[in-house]
Design a protein around this ligand. Sequence first.
Ligand SMILES: [Zn+2]
Length: 152
Amino acid sequence: MPEIPGSTINANCKKCDADTPHTVLEVLEGGKRIGKVRCDKCRDEHPFRRPKAAAARPKSKAVQPASRPRRPSKSRTHGDIPAEEAWRQVEAMVQAAAKQPYEMGRTYDKGEVIEHPQFGVGVVLNVLSPTKVEVLFPDARRKLVCGQQPVH
Ligand SMILES: [Zn+2]
């Protein structure tokens, strides 16, 4: 599953001294590894570091933190990465992947490669909600409806 510039991931930020959401700015080896990321909180740009919590927190603690309220999906900026540039970084991997025809009734996971009848081949960048995904196409990022039966 390729990593895609413009997608959001959890990473460790030294400035914040915490694990925070980061925007992927650059991927390496055609999407195999994450390169540079930017902290969504302090906007510091740095190489990707895995979230500390994932490794440090013992799994035996069964108590899960109460699910945090989802932040309203205000129009998310993608930093300064044009869609064309993001596409270029992952194109080889996306083209080599198995493509699923886009269907409104399906749900998709991040990194899944789809084929849209109008927009062509794209890769799922972010799952915004159970019924909406953001997909990177060669020319633009688009929000597509999913997980819904088409209305006749
Ligand atoms: Zn930060």
